[in-house]
Design a protein around this ligand. Structure first.
Ligand SMILES: NC(=O)C1=CN([C@@H]2O[C@H](COP(=O)(O)OP(=O)(O)OC[C@H]3O[C@@H](n4cnc5c(N)ncnc54)[C@H](O)[C@@H]3O)[C@@H](O)[C@H]2O)[C@@H](O)CC1
Ligand SMILES: [K+]
Length: 490
């Protein structure tokens, strides 16, 4: 697992570490890591660039008044020593880190008000973790005027809200963000994550001093491998888990087919379908055992209810039957509309519930649209309804009822396609049926679904939900074989 820590938590860790080191050491570590990444980027081939390498490259620094500007100026001084033409523009009056500015000047760089209109690399050293959302006017003007080959954000893209990932005002949009010591929530959450570009972490030795509980967690391949239940020699189709799918209708049979496709791609050994689209499911997936009603389906270890399911009296009755079962459930789509109208159906449930709203469904459940702090928004709904909440978006967030927040690192905009959520929900129910906790099932499903979207999109501009379902087994295979985790059963 990776984590992202708030500005205050990073400052506490930095204070502990700085007390053990000579003054200025951390800034030099940060600047050295940043200069190395910049040099690497300048060596890369880039369409708009006339030459490759550091020597002779044009590097412009937007320098704010604090230590973030200091990092940028020290890194630029290292590039100037290697022959780069460096122009640094103070963007908050004349206030810049004085020692770093002097180092840059000694190395041959220049402090200017008007840099060249084109540069190979633009370093955003306007604001770091001390920044409030928004940019000073001069930074906005320079960003509009400069044609930069590559934009590198120093620690965070300036202007974003570091702790929440909100972007309420203007902010830098980076190609690469070089983060120091740890990730921050803005790198992985909300609109700010769209401003981050590719993320590079520079180790400055902060790790041992960081709080063991990050503000936001980010799953990695190794987590998935450790959580995944591989069948053993004594397992059969029942012990691997039976998943029940209550989805689709005569009007929307596709939702039933897609949700069962997702369920079949998961680790459960048996998929049952209950609903009025049974004929369609049977034709598409002969391995699914179909009934017309939830009550006829027999025992399952987890249910999915909701996609294409309808919101009438009959649907409400079926939803009540699902919720009466002692198994964990995933509630999606029409089931979310129903619990928005009849919240009492959720009370008295002991087994885990995972809700998978998009923003409009969230609003129906919570009474207002999700706040720009999407981690907090998901956590507030999870707490209120005592459920796990997976809040869909370009960066999907999962929150547990006890306030744990996870940001999903996989996924792409093409996944916003009809039926893609049905596949996700079916797959998640299969993970629950295999014995994963609600929060892990939600985190793992989002992760693998995003990865499957990447596989399906390779070489294509558009993808369908069916493509994503077909790519899920490969996504699972690649993820589980990427690491060798001791806890995993073979
Ligand atoms: N503390 C440390 O040990 C280290 C800090 N480092 C760097 O230091 C950064 C934090 O530096 P600072 O604490 O000096 O803070 P910043 O450089 O983020 O901000 C400096 C000042 O900008 C002003 N400001 C904030 N928001 C503004 C806005 N929206 N518009 C206009 N002005 C605004 C404030 O007066 C603030 O004090 C980190 O992000 C990182 O880049 C690194 O050098 C690593 C070590
Ligand atoms: K910055």
């Amino acid at each position: 697992m990776d984590g992202a820590w708030s500005a205050a938590a990073v400052r506490r860790a930095e204070a502990q570490l700085m007390a053990q080191l000579p003054p200025g050491t951390l800034m030099q570590r940060a600047a050295a890591g940043l200069a190395t990444e910049c040099a690497r980027l300048l060596r890369e081939r880039s369409p708009g660039r006339r030459r490759r390498g550091v020597y002779g490259a044009t590097v412009t620094v937007l320098a704010g008044p604090g230590d973030n500007g200091g990092d940028a100026l020290f890194a630029a001084a290292r590039l100037a020593k290697r022959g780069a033409r460096v122009f640094a523009v103070p963007v908050m009056g004349e206030r810049v880190h004085p020692v770093a500015a002097a180092a840059l000047t000694r190395a041959g760089g220049r402090l200017v008000a008007n840099p060249p209109r084109r540069c190979d690399l633009l370093l955003d050293g306007v604001l770091g973790i001390g920044g409030r959302p928004g940019l000073p006017g001069r930074a906005i003007d320079q960003l509009a005027a400069i044609d930069a080959g590559t934009v590198v954000a120093v620690d965070v893209p300036s202007g974003v809200d570091v702790d929440t990932g909100a972007v309420p005002a203007s902010a830098v949009t980076a190609d690469v963000t070089v983060a120091f010591g740890s990730y921050k929530p803005c790198h992985v959450l909300g609109r700010a994550a769209l401003h981050t570009g590719r993320l590079v972490l520079v180790d400055i030795g902060l790790g041992p001093h960081l709080d063991p509980h990050p503000a936001v967690r980010v799953a990695r391949d190794g987590d998935l491998a450790a959580w995944w239940h591989e069948p053993g020699p004594d397992d059969d189709k029942y012990t691997r888990g039976v998943v029940g799918v209550a989805a689709g209708s005569e009007q929307y049979p596709g939702a039933a087919v897609l949700a069962t496709s997702g369920a079949l791609a998961g680790p459960a050994g048996y998929v049952r379908y209950a609903g009025t689209a049974a004929e369609y499911v049977r034709r598409r997936h002969p391995e699914v055992v179909c009934t017309q009603e939830v009550k006829e389906a027999g025992r399952v270890q987890a249910w999915l209810a909701g996609p294409g399911f309808g919101t009438d009296e009959a649907s409400l009755t079926e939803l009540r039957h699902v919720l009466e079962s002692p198994a964990p459930v995933v509630l999606d789509a029409d089931a979310l509309t129903l619990i928005g109208e009849y919240p009492s159906v959720l009370t008295q449930r002991e087994a885990p519930v995972v809700l998978t709203p998009h923003d409009r469904e969230y609003e129906r459940l919570y009474g207002s649209a999700p706040a720009e702090d999407r981690g907090a928004a998901a956590a507030a709904l999870a707490k209120r309804l005592n459920c796990t909440v997976l809040l869909k978006g370009h960066h999907t967030v999962v929150a547990s009822s006890d306030g744990e927040v996870w940001a999903n690192p996989t996924g792409r905009p093409q996944l916003a396609t009809a039926g893609s959520g049905d596949v996700l929900a079916g797959f998640m129910a299969s993970l629950l049926a295999s014995g994963m906790s609600g929060t892990r099932a939600a985190v793992a499903a989002a992760y693998l679904h995003g990865r499957a979207g990447g596989i399906a999109a390779t070489g294509h501009r558009t993808i369908t939900a069916t493509d994503v379902a077909k790519a899920l087994p490969q996504a699972v295979g690649e993820t589980l074989s990427a690491t060798d985790t001791p806890g995993r059963r073979r």
